[in-house]
Design a protein around this ligand. Structure first.
Ligand code: SF4
Ligand code: SF4
Length: 250
């Protein structure tokens, strides 16, 4: 079976060529990459760890869509590329230094331990978000990075909701405050992140939940407030940021 792989050339021109390979054992894409590296071209570079969909390190794009190489069946003429939105270091390997920055900036870690008793119901509340394997597929699919490289992005915001809902964390307002700038209000709610997540996490809905929690904490989208007070479009939207929504405003 044939497959095509985008290859790294130089930092200025990372993907100037596409190589075609033929593999004998058409199983998962990761197995095909291993076959190519061990039998045809040992310069081929990719990341992999557990090989069973747990570590999240082998995320790539297959025909333009983010997938885990170890969980995806190879099909004839598949085009394999590195994921988007980060510097390409070699062939299918991207720079991951943004990950630590996003997680630190969104304060998604335990800060102030509460002594509250944790029930099974409490654990269930953070179960899905805790399954994130930091594969970066959602990060790659997110269109906001085209215009804002500082956007905290889907996995950091999903993790933020996990800690906001965690009864062990006492200082949840600190997290809510840290996700206002370049955070919950910058998402376009396109849903790409939800479509590509191999763990069936729904970052888009998590972000909508965080918006609701932000409003409950007395916070709002600063860009809307600025827009409303600084620009008179001549069209009454019915929304007054200090007075709430007036249905007769239209
Ligand atoms: S829903 Fe929001 S976070 Fe998810 S891909 Fe779209 S813009 Fe990015
Ligand atoms: S939310 Fe899903 S797609 Fe995003 S990093 Fe976590 S596991 Fe990967």
């Amino acid at each position: 079976m044939k497959l095509k792989i985008k290859r790294f050339d130089s930092e200025k021109n990372p993907h100037s060529r596409t190589d075609e390979f033929e593999v004998k054992h058409a199983e998962t894409i990761l197995n095909s990459l291993i076959e190519i590296k061990t039998q045809q071209d040992n310069t081929l570079t990719y990341r992999c760890g557990c090989r069973t969909g747990v570590c999240g390190s082998c995320a790539i794009k297959v025909n333009g869509v983010e997938k885990l190489a170890c969980k995806t069946q190879l099909n004839e003429n598949d085009l394999i590329e590195p994921i988007n939105n980060s510097k390409i270091l070699r062939d299918l390997v991207i720079d991951l230094s943004h990950e630590e920055k996003f997680l630190k900036n969104s304060k998604t870690y335990l800060k102030k331990l509460s002594n509250q008793e944790i029930t099974t119901k409490d654990e269930k509340l953070i179960d899905i978000q805790s399954n994130c394997i930091l594969c970066q597929s959602c990060f790659s699919s997110c269109p906001v990075y085209e215009v804002n490289k500082e956007f905290l992005g889907p996995y950091a915001l999903t993790r933020a909701l996990r800690y906001v809902n965690d009864k062990k964390e006492e200082n949840t307002i600190d997290i809510i405050n840290s996700i206002q700038d370049n955070g919950v209000w910058d998402c376009t709610l396109c849903g790409n992140c939800t479509l590509v997540c191999p763990q069936f996490i729904d970052p888009k809905t998590d972000i909508m939940n965080l918006r609701m929690k932000s409003v409950q904490a007395g916070l709002e989208d600063k860009s809307l407030v600025q827009f409303d007070s600084g620009f008179d479009s001549g069209f009454n939207t019915g929304f007054d940021p200090s007075g709430g929504f007036n249905p007769n405003g239209f």
